[in-house]
Design a protein around this ligand. Sequence first.
Ligand code: HEM
Length: 491
Amino acid sequence: MFQFSSAVAAFAALVFFLCYCQWRRRCYKDPLFTEWPVLGMTPPLVYNLWRCHDQITEALQRQGGTGNFIGPRFTQMDSIMTCDPMNAHHIMSKNFANYGKGPAFRKIFDLFGDTLFTSDSDAWKRQRTFLHSLFVKSKRFEKLQEKIILRKVDSCLVPVLDHVVRHGADVDLQDVLSRFTFDVSCSLFLGSDPKSLAIDFPEIECETAFNKAEEFIFYRHIVPRRIEKLQRWLGIGLDKKIDEPFEAFDRFLRETIASRRAEISQEIETMKENDDYDMLTTLIMKGEEHVDDKQLRDNGFTFFIAGKGTITSALTWFFWLVATHPSVEAKILHEIKEENEVKNQVYLHAALCEAVRLYPPIPYVRRQAFKHDMLPSGHEVAPRNVIFLCLYAMGRSEEIWGKDFLEFKPERWISERGDIIHIPSYKFISFNAGPRTCLGKDISFIQMKMMATAILSNYQVHVVEDHPVSPTLSIVLLMKYGLKVRITKRG
Ligand code: HEM
């Protein structure tokens, strides 16, 4: 009798469970926004992780731009995902004071220290004002960047690419660009060039560390904190692998800071006459600001997180798009012949905007609400709710870009008068919007245009046939298998 009633109870529980699943599926009417018992909406996301950016884009389009994502039970991973420009405007500008990075974000990025990137409120304002005055308003920094890039093109990029041409070998252009931007970032911010871009493609420990750190942070966004802690305790998982290379980068920064301090204390008087200094030297020489070693190290990190991967990503997708769109390439070459000054290269600027629209180097921006709020889309936000602004999905929104949103079409950025059309940042959001807009936007365009000009005017880039092109699962949208190309010299 007891066995029979247990079997009936088990059967009833199973029927109830299946009905519940079916009911939840009907409620959500979407493969991604479907809640599973205990696991929330994670199963379809994990199942399609290899194409998660496109999956999220398609699901948000079906949801009218915004959806509530429910994470596994007891993990506090529920969030709102949106690609609605009005929501973006509201969160990033109109009600800016109610949204910050929040404590959970700081935990995810704890490896990076207290940076402008992770801070909120007064701490953020102080750092932003300081860094803005130092390198956005300063023409000196822009000039230094131009000088470093020109030197690096002549001394490293051209010799390496000539070597590749001579040997007729395939090369991973993403790796070349990553090494180039790493060396430029080190020269610009730390005043020393690790020379990672060289004919023999040396393994540079801290450069590898940085790429791994970006993947690790993406993993932290999707793996519950408790599982991560368990993995760390068991000594398994990505967490363990990241420690060593990351410490190498940390050591590299700390050693550079210490040796620069020593140099400056010996030569301070003669150095004051010169103003051609990298960011680190400038910060140390502003001694009256009492910038301690930790602040210097954290600022160093800010620039590497912000600048290195983003420019590599933007240029990698740009070169792939240009190599696969010969008519765009011809127009860029025509412009480069007519116009040497990067600031006047309108078509090249438009092509770069188009590349970062379709492939935003930072595909998601995360914010946490401080107080209750209502989004323009009608979604309710509770205190501490996490919101993901899906930049990738916004770059592919028909509502913003029209029916041809998937086309790589620089012309959409150029007005009849021949200048760049201004598109509000809450629509073209690849550099973020509102008071936290990217501080490096202008210098990025200069760097990208200089590199694009240097490569395209001297070499023709052919993508290796059948090379698989897909994005990495990382906070920066790089190519998972690199960009394998064959390079020939232009006549
Ligand atoms: C194509 C290149 C770049 C793109 C697409 C880009 C994009 C972005 C985005 C989306 C954010 C917002 C991130 C967030 O709030 O979570 C951001 C912030 C930031 N970016 Fe960039 N970035 C680029 C290059 C650079 C460079 C070269 C630098 C400096 C060297 C830089 C400095 C910063 C800083 C300091 C912030 C933080 C601003 C703040 O929170 O107030 N970026 N960037």
